[in-house]
Write a protein that binds this ligand. Structure first.
Ligand code: HEM
Length: 185
């Protein structure tokens, strides 16, 4: 495959992964506040949250594999699997690897939730609050397109929408539900 195609595929899949990941986080926050309406029952939010998360993993796999096999960057598998081992953009790529491991942990504990129990699942799921900003920092720091207006726009919409959704989610947690969270995990 031509190195140009691989390069475009990796960048494109990186951007799609970020947008999908953002949508997954927004749906997760919507599910957490138990929002629903007459035309949008809660099970739709939960179903989309899960299926979009699986789709994100598929795009992330394309992003990573195409970045690794592209002879132009010559990353090698170590760079994709061992955080901060890449001589190429060490910090920013390392953050991408960490985000990937956190996402995999969040997905595995969700898919095998009965094995981990509600408390274990929930604790790992909270790592989303670290995983998502780390993924954003990775894309912003290493992306060739970060400086372009369209990419800045995508980053701004992703960050703005998640910040608003987090504010909405935490404004709806009453002291009683805090106590329930503490008691039940
Ligand atoms: C949750 C995990 C990840 C997300 C959401 C993500 C997303 C992104 C985004 C949005 C970009 C910017 C693309 C652009 O500017 O066009 C990017 C760039 C990049 N990512 Fe990731 N990434 C993740 C993990 C990884 C991992 C594990 C690797 C390891 C191989 C990796 C390798 C790269 C490379 C090499 C670039 C630079 C591409 C370029 O030169 O523009 N990413 N990523």
């Amino acid at each position: 495959m031509s190195t140009t195609i691989l390069w475009y595929a990796s960048r494109g899949a990186g951007v799609v992964s970020l947008v999908l990941l953002t949508a997954v986080v927004l749906l997760g926050l919507t599910a957490a506040v138990r929002w629903q309406s007459a035309g949008w029952p809660r099970f739709l939010t939960v179903g989309f949250h899960r299926n979009l998360a699986l789709t994100t993993l598929a795009f992330l796999a394309i992003h990573i594999v195409t970045a690794v096999v592209d002879p132009f960057t010559a990353l090698g598998w170590n760079a994709a699997l061992i955080p901060f081992s890449s001589p190429y953009r060490t910090l920013w790529l390392g953050l991408g690897v960490i985000a990937m491991y956190l996402l995999v942990a969040i997905m595995v504990t969700s898919l095998l939730r009965p094995l981990f129990g509600y408390r274990g699942w929930r604790l790992v799921h909270w790592l989303t609050y670290a995983m998502w900003p780390i993924a954003v920092a990775h894309g912003f720091g290493t992306g060739s397109d970060s400086g372009f207006a369209w990419m800045l726009g995508i980053d701004a919409v992703c960050v703005g929408s998640v910040l608003l959704a987090i504010a909405w989610r935490w404004s709806r947690v009453s002291p009683t539900s805090w106590r329930q969270v503490a008691a039940n995990g």
